[in-house]
Design a protein around this ligand. Sequence first.
Ligand SMILES: [Zn+2]
Length: 324
Amino acid sequence: MKGAQQTTLRDAVAITGVGVHSGKPVTLTLNPADDDAGIVFQRVSADGSIEREIRADVRAVTATELATVLGDASGPLCSTAEHLLAALRGLNVDNVVIEIDGPEVPIMDGSAAPFVDALDQAGLTSRALPRKYIEVLKTIRVASGEALGELRPYNHGFRVEADIEFKHPLIGKQSMALDIEPVSFRRDIARARTFGFMKDVSKLWSAGFALGASFDNTLVISDDRVLNPEGLRYPDEFVRHKILDAIGDLALSGHPMLAAYKTVRGGHKLNHAVLSALMEDTSAWRVVEAKPETKPAAEPARRIRGHAEVAPALAAAAYGPDVS
Ligand SMILES: [Zn+2]
């Protein structure tokens, strides 16, 4: 019953790139970690010594403007973590220690695909303890102007439903909904890039953001066309990237979620607000463990709505046929 135990990396793997906001080079190294370690960021100095350590957690979010920033009382530790977090969650990596030698996770090509490649290079291995999940027990909704974010109970794993609407001929209204597991994440979400409007770039630059942004890491749109020479990777790449961001932001729950998340015109700020509202209402969620292997996979009880335990088949589905 693959997939019901916690996973980590088989080997360490290093990634080098630039921060999209700082424009500065940064190296991060993904390392294997023990059961129940979660996703841990370590800021390391030039000589490799550990300066600070933060567990990726909703309480560690210190800013959500343009990117999700993780830090603590002594200040921010790293920003733009969401695409890396999405790759970790999308591929079902439970435990990892991420060493980073700068203030920003490298933007790479603006998607999660380079992190997926790195994780594939490192390989995954299952550990002894069962995977833990955050099971959402009741609906949590946050509305802000025309934006809406909603987490609700969902018995079949983790699902994201996204609607976006931009008054732009290339984007307009886009909707997508899918169950997130490694096959669908790799195929439908991982390659969708960050996007931005050319007219906003000068504003970002004057505010000290996006100094590393280029056609190599951002889908840039003018009034009527995509400026990147290679064009779009998916016809609806924009809504797919919104789903990618939501997966990364919700990874800060600390465990994979058993929930459906709906986002309408949302972004990092809304994702963070919904997850914070969920965490604050301790009657709205609980931590459950994947069942031990001794249970027969075809046990009919697992189909009962609201059943307290996570059936092995649910976790194992990550390796099964794609049904999205
Ligand atoms: Zn993003």
